[in-house]
Ligand binder design. Structure first.
Ligand code: GTP
Ligand code: MG
Length: 151
């Protein structure tokens, strides 16, 4: 069984969509393993979105994701990485189909309610970033982003 990292973004939390999103994952038969409402610092956000660090919108993306609390979760289930991406829907509102979370609730490419890991490797890295050893030891402030890339 696979694990993935799912996060209700600040717009989704503000709009009160957390319960609806949890409900969809529960109804699909997936299991919730961990969850926490938290506000990401820039270091955590930059690590989370490191694949986009050279994109022109990277700064805006980090500003948005740190702008308020997110609801971070670890879910488990059969093929959950692929299936959760289907449930979430495409990034762009003109491509996200009705019936998907973004298709039903998002109308912006920048503020699109929810994040889900796109591969086994990113799921592991993202779960570690939010719920892993670094956080458990509360070392984040003493362990800069640059140093974390090699972990
Ligand atoms: P995530 O689950 O959040 O990773 O979304 P995704 O996998 O569907 O999309 P991708 O990883 O390609 O992009 C990550 C996030 O960057 C998107 O969800 C958007 O919120 C944001 N994003 C994408 N394009 C733009 C853009 O042109 N401007 C801004 N500000 N944000 C963007
Ligand atoms: Mg992505």
């Amino acid at each position: 069984r696979q694990r993935t990292f799912i996060m209700v973004k600040p717009d989704g939390v503000k709009r009160g969509l957390t319960g609806e999103i949890i409900k969809r994952f529960e109804q699909k038969g997936f299991s919730l393993l961990n969850a926490e409402l938290m506000t990401m610092d820039r270091s955590k956000a930059e690590y989370h979105y490191m694949e986009h660090q050279d994109k022109p919108f990277f700064g805006e993306l980090v500003d948005f994701i740190t702008s308020g609390p997110v609801f971070a979760m670890v879910w488990e289930g059969e093929n959950i990485i692929e299936v959760s991406r289907l449930m979430i829907g495409k990034t762009s509102p003109t491509e996200a189909l009705p019936g998907t979370i973004r298709g039903d609730f998002a109308n912006s490419k920048e503020e699109n309610v929810i994040h889900g890991s796109d591969s086994l490797e990113s799921a592991e890295r993202e779960i570690e970033n939010f719920f892993g050893l670094l956080r458990r030891r509360r070392l984040e402030d003493d362990f800069p982003f640059e140093d974390r890339k090699s972990v």
